[in-house]
Ligand binder design. Structure first.
Ligand code: 5AD
Ligand code: SF4
Length: 473
């Protein structure tokens, strides 16, 4: 039996795609390998969002040349966003790669791998170096052809979920929509993930029931702009707020989250559903990207900084004790000191729990690459990045310090450390997405809801001690 190994970088979309590919490959007779060395197939699930992510993949692929010499009949594949964006370049820069398949064509993967392995085995039998070289070329051409056939159709890949493919048995992501129609000027996602497509609520709920039967108690609904979810049939239109109500009605599900939101479209129906449904996380990730109107305009984000502030005010006033997180880009094309200062002001105003801060990275093929020079020097991007991180860290710490002396309830997720004294450090999250760590004798609490007393805080972590268990799942 052929063994596969998947290496994943990038966002939650990729983590979920890797899980689905794992499930699909197992269904079609492959077996997971524990590392590169005992794999017959290595797949890289790649990210294109920033240049740095792509550079790292090319060096990793370079290192695998050695693996190919030890395993000439092994298959090295590249999947994910970079595969969609750069098919030809990947074959040119890493000629030892056998297969390149984008995120909208993953359903072809199991069959294609079987076919490639078979062809390589035939090469092995004939020992005709030149012949085998040709055969491989033919198979790659066929792949390119197939790729072209389905390109633009970005099909959903939905093999039956397999608990073995997940990090843990009681948490799972469910994709509710695919793609993005927003076309922010800096972003490559719409061209590699295709147009927005929402899955039907029936299909989503069916998948969640399968997950429940596998022991899942926490569901995260995911989509590139998850709050754009909208499914129409002849009778009615289902929104994300409707879906939250429907998922909440599933008794076994204890917690529900959703990422990632687009600021426009955070309507009151959705905010009220978050407030009123006790199982829904009191945490909203709503990327602002910048606090400057002129930058937001160049980014084509379709809102002003004032509108974003009003949204934040509305969120804090509708949902008590909600936490907010944000994505921000520093050093976008033409960003002046004044424009950057407006982002600092926004961060100070919004009191995010955490922010994910990125230095602008020009992506060929995007509107900003075409329209504006990437003219903020790397050194300035770095300074702005660090400044904003420091400011956010202080806010995160201040917020977390408010929990000292309080009791929080967490779902225990996993082990963070083995303790020298014996026992383990476990971690989990509160309903408002704060990470809490505590010491325990062993890992038996994983998957349970627990109440803990917080005795210390850092910007990303609350430190707590056990009080009493409030439920077993
Ligand atoms: N450069 C830097 N950051 C980017 N992001 C998206 N595209 C780019 C880019 N070209 C960031 C945005 C987005 C997050 C997932 O990645 O902040 O919300
Ligand atoms: Fe990219 Fe903008 Fe779509 Fe988010 S909303 S995936 S940043 S284009």
């Amino acid at each position: 039996m052929q063994k596969f190994y998947i290496e994943t970088v990038g966002c939650q979309m990729n983590v979920l795609d890797s899980e689905l590919v794992h499930s699909g490959l197992v269904q079609s007779g492959f077996v997971p390998a524990t590392d590169h060395d005992n794999a017959d197939v290595i797949l890289f699930n790649t990210c294109s969002i920033r240049q740095h992510a792509e550079d790292k993949i090319y060096s990793a692929l370079g290192r695998l040349k050695h693996w190919k010499t030890t395993k000439p009949y092994g298959i090295l594949g590249v999947i994910g966003c970079m595969a969609q964006k750069d098919q030809k370049t990947i074959f040119q820069r890493a000629p030892h790669v056998d297969l390149v398949l984008g995120p909208g064509q993953l359903e072809l993967l199991p069959e294609t791998l079987h076919q490639l392995l078979e062809e390589k085995l035939q090469q092995n039998n004939t020992h005709h170096e030149t012949e085998s070289g040709k055969k491989l070329l033919v198979s790659l051409k066929r792949l390119e052809y197939r790729h072209a056939e389905v390109i633009g159709s970005f099909r959903l890949f939905n093999p039956v979920r397999n608990p073995e493919a997940r990090g843990n048995r009681f948490q799972a992501m469910v994709r509710i929509m695919f793609g993005c129609d927003k076309f922010c000027t800096y972003c490559i996602v719409p061209s590699v993930r295709g147009p927005e497509q929402s899955r039907s609520p029936q299909e989503i709920l069916k998948e969640i029931r399968t997950l429940v039967n596998q022991g899942v108690v926490e569901i995260t609904l995911i989509g590139q702009t998850v709050n754009s979810y909208r499914h129409k049939n002849s009778e009615k239109t289902t929104s994300l707020a409707d879906l939250l109500h429907q998922v909440s009605a599933i008794e076994e599900i204890q917690r529900i989250g959703f990422v990632t939101n687009y600021p426009r479209g955070m309507n009151n129906d959705l905010l009220q559903a978050v407030r009123d449904l006790p199982k829904v996380a009191k945490h909203l990730h709503v990327p602002a990207q910048s606090g400057s109107d002129s930058v937001l305009q160049r980014m084509k984000r379709n809102y002003t900084a004032t509108e974003y502030r009003e949204l934040v005010d509305r969120i804090y006033s509708i949902i008590p004790n909600v936490s907010m997180t944000c994505d921000l880009i520093v050093g976008f094309c033409g960003e002046t000191e004044e424009e950057f200062r407006q982002t600092v002001d926004l961060v100070q105003y919004c009191r995010f729990k955490n922010s994910f801060i990125f230095k602008y990275s020009e992506r060929p093929g995007t509107k900003s690459a075409e329209l504006y020079p990437d003219d903020v020097p790397e050194s300035v991007k770095k300074i702005r990045n660090n400044m904003l991180l420091d400011i956010q860290d202080k806010i995160s710490l201040e917020q977390n310090q408010q929990f000292i002396g309080k009791t929080v309830e967490i779902l225990v997720e996993g082990i963070t450390k083995q303790l020298e004294t014996g026992g383990v450090q476990l971690s989990g999250r509160t309903l408002c997405d704060r990470i809490v760590v505590f010491d325990a004798p062993d890992n038996r609490l994983i998957g349970q809801f627990l109440k803990l007393n917080v005795y210390d805080a850092a910007p990303f972590t609350l430190f707590a001690r056990q009080s009493c268990s409030v439920g077993n799942f």
